[in-house]
Design a protein. Sequence first.
Lengths: 301, 269
Amino acid sequence: MAIEITRPGKTSLIVATPVMPAAGSLGFADEYRNLIDYANLGAVVTNPATIEPWQPAAGARIVPLDAGLLVHTGLPNPGLRALLRQYRRAWRKLPIPVVLHLLGTTPDQAKRAVELLDTVDEVAAVELGLADEIDVAEATALVRAAATIEKPLLVRLPFYECAELALPVADAGADALVMTAAPRGTARDAQGGRLVSGRIYGPLIKPLVLRILGRLRRELPAELPIIGCGGIHSPTDARDYIEAGAAAVQVDTATWAQPKMLERIARDLGGWIATRHADALLDEWHPDMRRGDSQQRRGKG
Amino acid sequence: MPRTVAPFPKPTIMKGGMRETQAIVERIKRVNRGYQRLELAVDRSLSSLLPGQALLVRRISKDYEAENWHPYLRELWFPVDILASNMLVLEQPAREQFLPGQLLSILGPIGKPLRFRQKLRNLLLIAYETPPTPLLLMLPPLLAQGTSITLVAMGAARDYDCAHLPEEVEIIQANDDHSWQDMVMTVGWADQAFVLVGAGLELTRFAEVMRLIRARRQDVPANTIFGFFQRQLPCGVGACQACMLPIRGAAKLQCLDGPAFDLTQLRLA
């Protein structure tokens, strides 16, 4: 099964199953190798990388919430060049495409980063993460700079600005949109007693993103794939995203609580997408099946 | 945003391999007024756990599909004893309700085993504002090899009733100002020490304990006093990087390189 999850073209990103981890959930390479069979996933999206090294945040990084959590790590990473030195070999060994998540800071940095990444065979595509509260002009400038890359460019939109940015970013050269980054929130850290701001994860995010995604799917060009991300904790959640118009999904922190869930979702969604076009049951589907074959067979039976 | 640039940790290769397994609560025993011990039947791969290594635990129902997402994070549990090839003992607050037959999903082992000196004669354990539970797995093997062990309870750790611990362990309740009788001797004679603090404000608490120790012991060589972390770990495999710590020379991850770090190397608050 080949699923194209970026705009059609000579460098589009094709995956075997439309399920991948969200940036920041599975590490930079194969940290989950003892718990997850990467071959069952569509692609791996790395933790966020920046041109310069970033250090971890001070203070509380995790605040448990009811059925969720707030995360504020500061996105530590050793900088793009060091990252490539450390992980290229591991990426080469992965059986699936590697999508490097690049944090957009300035157009100049984005351009420098994609020039470097164009020379790295192990990276199949780049996902550009836009900062929260970015305005349209800044976002389009960043995307234009990053779109000079020859590889497919996915752009992850911030939660609150998603609707406003989607069309301008698509016009600026995004090959696919990831909707959305986890929303930012603030919660009290029970241990330290202070209010902490960070990204919010949990099942409750799904209905919020699903609504934005469904609306934008109708407004955006049909050839522009949308990758749904947020609150996916079960195969049913992932199916909901596909039904709302997503071409693929990204699973975030559910993997931390249940590492095997990512694979389960990938198996379920891969099978469902493969078979639904032929209107077939999972166990009767075969690659050459056409729509109607299944009903004919059942009719004969 | 500008950040201070420091060397970044090299990726750590996990040997032995973490696994996701299931365990079942076999027996529950109350050991003191505040704590109960759970005997868990676990996968045999976990019977080789060593002091310092932990498990990330999630309570699950028999119907794994009916998932309850509260609490969302797995709990970090440190075993206190290993009874047989597939039986681990864990200590939990008595207010937590468990019943025999309760199923648990376990990720582990997490972290690196503690490294003890080859000829360890006097070991000092300090629990500050937290029960000493994560330190207990080391007691039986070290006592068996003749190590003399002193456990000092400071702050809220004094609320923990130590009556069920091996009688060979010397228990000291620190005063309100964190001093105790014969402190100079206890600190000075220790060949090695592990300081356990509660999650949150660890660097501040380790700094306080280090000040106490340095005031009573001129020479604190490297690899003598270790800080023991028990932060909540979202992933346990080094993916989320929420447990990254500021160590001199490089940042390290509690889940892969910890839980114990040389306090002379840690950038304390």
